[in-house]
Design a protein around this ligand. Structure first.
Ligand SMILES: [Zn+2]
Ligand SMILES: [Zn+2]
Length: 341
C-alpha cells in the first residue's frame, strides 16, 4: 500500500510534483517577478455580472414558485424533507468528499468515512471520483488558460464571446470532455483500493441515489404515487439543483465576485454561490489556497462544509485539517483587497 502510493507520487507529472501538497496553482506562479506584481484581473462589465445574477436567481425563484403552487398536489413536507435531505447529503459528498478530501487532500479521515464520502459524491451524478478529481486538478493547473477544461474566460472579448464562455463553463464543456486522458493527474487516487472500488461501482451509486428517496417515500406514504414523487423530488429534482449549483462554481465564480487574494486567474468570491454551494463559492480564496479545508476565510464567509469538517474532527472523524497561516494569507492578499472586500 505504502509502496504503491510512493510509486504513484513518482509517476506524477513534473509540474504536479513541485506542487507536492496538491496546491495545484500554476507551477510558475510563485517564481515569476511578473506574478509578484500581479493585480486582480479586471472586473467583467456590469452587463455580464447582471446577466449572471439573473441566470442564477431566476430559475431558483421559478423552482421555489413551482414547489409553492404544487403544495398539496405533487409536493408536501415529505417531499421537501427528501429534497433537502438528499441535496445536503450529495452536496456534502461533492464539497467535502470529492473536492476537499479526494482532490485536494485537505484533511484525513478513516476508511469508512472515505468510502461514505465517495458514495455520496457519486450520487450527485457528476462522474466517478477519479474522473471528477482528474478534471478538477487539471482546472487548477491551467486555471483560465487554454487547457482549463471549463473556463468562461478563454473565448475572447465581446458579448458573443462572453455568452459562449458562460454556456461553456456552466455545462457545455461536459459534452466535449474526455476525462480518461486526464488520468495522469490522479495516480495517487488510482493507487487507492477504496477509490478504485467506489469509482468502478459509480452507476450503482447513481441508481441508489435516485431510487432511495422513492423507496423512503413509498415506506412513508404507502402508495406508488408517493414513491414516484419521492423519486422525482429526492432524485431528479435534487440532481438538477446540485448540478446547477456546482456548475455555478465553474461559471459564475470565474466571472462575478471579489478577488481579495492574488490567484493568477479570474477566480472570485461570490456570496450567493458561497451559501448555496455550502462554502464552495468563496472560490478566489480556494484558488489562492487550494489545499485549505477552509474556503470561507473570514468570519462572515459562511462555509458550511468547513463547519462540518470541524465537527467531524470533534468526534474523531477528521484529522490533520489544513488551513493557511495568517502569514501566508497576508503574503497573498491582493493590493485592492480592502476595496474588493
Ligand atoms: Zn476555479
Ligand atoms: Zn479545487
Amino acid at each position: 500500500m505504502r509502496g504503491s502510493a510512493e510509486k504513484a507520487k513518482v509517476n506524477m507529472p513534473a509540474n504536479q510534483r513541485c506542487a507536492d501538497d496538491l496546491d495545484l496553482s500554476p507551477a510558475h506562479a510563485e517564481l515569476s517577478p511578473e506574478s509578484a506584481a500581479h493585480d486582480p484581473a479586471p472586473r467583467p462589465p456590469l452587463s455580464m455580472r447582471a446577466a449572471n445574477l439573473v441566470a442564477i436567481l431566476a430559475p431558483l425563484v421559478g423552482f421555489i414558485a413551482a414547489m409553492h403552487y404544487l403544495w398539496g398536489v405533487g409536493f408536501s413536507w415529505t417531499m421537501l424533507a427528501l429534497l433537502v435531505g438528499m441535496y445536503g447529503l450529495t452536496a456534502i459528498g461533492i464539497t467535502i468528499g470529492y473536492h476537499r478530501y479526494f482532490t485536494h487532500k485537505s484533511f484525513e479521515t478513516n476508511v469508512v468515512v472515505k468510502a461514505i464520502l465517495g458514495v455520496l459524491g457519486s450520487m450527485a451524478v457528476q462522474g466517478s471520483i477519479l474522473e471528477w478529481s482528474a478534471t478538477h486538478r487539471s482546472h487548477h493547473q491551467h486555471s483560465d488558460r487554454h487547457d482549463d477544461p471549463h473556463s468562461p474566460n478563454t473565448f475572447g472579448s465581446g458579448v458573443r464571446a462572453m455568452l459562449r464562455g458562460i454556456v461553456h463553463a456552466h455545462f457545455a464543456w461536459l459534452l466535449d470532455r474526455n476525462p480518461r486522458h486526464l488520468r495522469r493527474y490522479v495516480p495517487d487516487l488510482e493507487a487507492d483500493p477504496v477509490v478504485r472500488v467506489v469509482s468502478r461501482l459509480f452507476p450503482l451509486w447513481v441508481a441508489l441515489g435516485l431510487l432511495l428517496p422513492g423507496a423512503i417515500a413509498w415506506a412513508i406514504t404507502g402508495t406508488l404515487t408517493g414513491a414516484f414523487l419521492g423519486f422525482v423530488w429526492g432524485g431528479l429534482a435534487r440532481v438538477f439543483l446540485v448540478h446547477h449549483v456546482t456548475w455555478s462554481v465553474n461559471s459564475v465564480c470565474h466571472i462575478w465576485g471579489t478577488q481579495p487574494f492574488r490567484s493568477h486567474d479570474h477566480s472570485r468570491n461570490n456570496p450567493i454561490v458561497g451559501i448555496l454551494a455550502l462554502g464552495e463559492g468563496w472560490h478566489n480564496n480556494h484558488h489562492a489556497f487550494p489545499a485549505s479545508a477552509r474556503h470561507g476565510l473570514r468570519w462572515w464567509e459562511v462555509d458550511l462544509s468547513y463547519l462540518i469538517i470541524r465537527t467531524m474532527a470533534l468526534v474523531g472523524l477528521a484529522r490533520n485539517i489544513r488551513v493557511p497561516s495568517r502569514e501566508r494569507m497576508e503574503a497573498k492578499r491582493s493590493r485592492h483587497a480592502s476595496r474588493a472586500a
